[in-house]
Write a protein that binds this ligand. Structure first.
Ligand code: KIV
Length: 265
């Protein structure tokens, strides 16, 4: 059982093996997610919603992210640890982004950092990658921009918006990103981007044809006390244990059985 690296993910894309990703925020769930065979453990700033009870991810601090990354890193043997850069820790300039990424990696044990935004973040992504920081991009619905987007809305529905999502994704690849999250975009757009890009795409609300899938752990276990988005399923229902639910998720993602058209836009 060798540890997953960004090269593993590149190989999985080339060979058509689906990549199973889950968010995780603490040691015990990290160990469970790792044991279930999840390839990438994402310490998402969604912890602002599901752990802290905030209305958005905007209040999450870099100290919060470092703390949760550190907890998660102790629970992983195999999965690659990706940590989110929170709002205002990378947008101002590339130097700030480098310092923030450095903290997530040095203090938190993150192996890859994730940031939101496409064309506008491309120079920063290049700056990080050239200095040894692997980057995961995130385009489509970018929750840190919820106020700019006017809510948590599907992106890329019309031609102009789909073209913007495509430009964003291509700019990130061009800048050296190792993988890219596509959130809440039509399945047809995600399918064509997954075909066009050479780096792996990880979908959430982006249909079945991405190279991998990610869900928020507390959503897919039915723990978050608010209605789940259409693209999520309660994997714990009827399974009897968290371990069985996580295993079912990994098996369904790997088999291409989750998500289906019913979870897609
Ligand atoms: O913060 C997060 O959990 C994320 C995923 C939803 C992709 O960015």
């Amino acid at each position: 059982m060798s540890a997953v690296t960004i090269s593993t993910l590149a190989r999985m894309k080339r060979e058509g093996e689906k990549i199973a990703v889950l968010t995780v925020y603490d040691y015990s769930f990290a160990a469970a997610v790792d044991a279930a065979g999840v390839d990438v453990a994402l310490v998402g700033d969604s912890l602002g919603n599901v752990v802290q009870g905030q209305a958005s991810t905007l209040p999450v601090s870099l100290d919060d992210m470092v703390y949760h990354c550190r907890c998660v890193s102790r629970g992983l043997d195999r999965a690659l640890l990706v940590g989110d850069l929170p709002f205002m820790t990378y947008q101002v300039n590339a130097e700030t982004a480098m310092r923030s990424a450095g903290r997530l990696m040095q203090e938190g044990g993150a192996q890859v950092v994730k940031l939101e935004g496409g064309v506008v973040m491309a120079d920063t992504v290049r700056f990080l990658v050239e200095r040894g920081v692997p980057v995961c991009g995130h385009v489509g619905l970018t929750p840190q921009s919820v106020n700019q987007l006017g809510g948590y809305r599907v992106q890329g529905r019309d031609e102009a918006s789909a073209a913007r999502v495509r430009e964003d994704a291509l700019a990130l690849q061009q800048a050296g990103a190792s993988l890219i999250v596509l959130e809440a975009v039509p399945a047809s757009l995600a399918a064509s981007l997954s075909e066009e890009l050479t780096i792996p795409t990880i979908g959430i609300g982006a249909g079945p044809d991405c190279d991998g899938q990610v869900l928020v752990l507390y959503d897919m276990l039915g723990l978050y006390p608010h209605p789940s988005p259409k693209f999520c399923t309660d994997f714990l229902a009827g399974k009897g244990s968290v371990a069985a639910a996580l295993k079912a998720y990994v098996d369904e993602v790997k088999a291409g059985a989750f998500p289906t058209a019913e979870h897609s836009y």
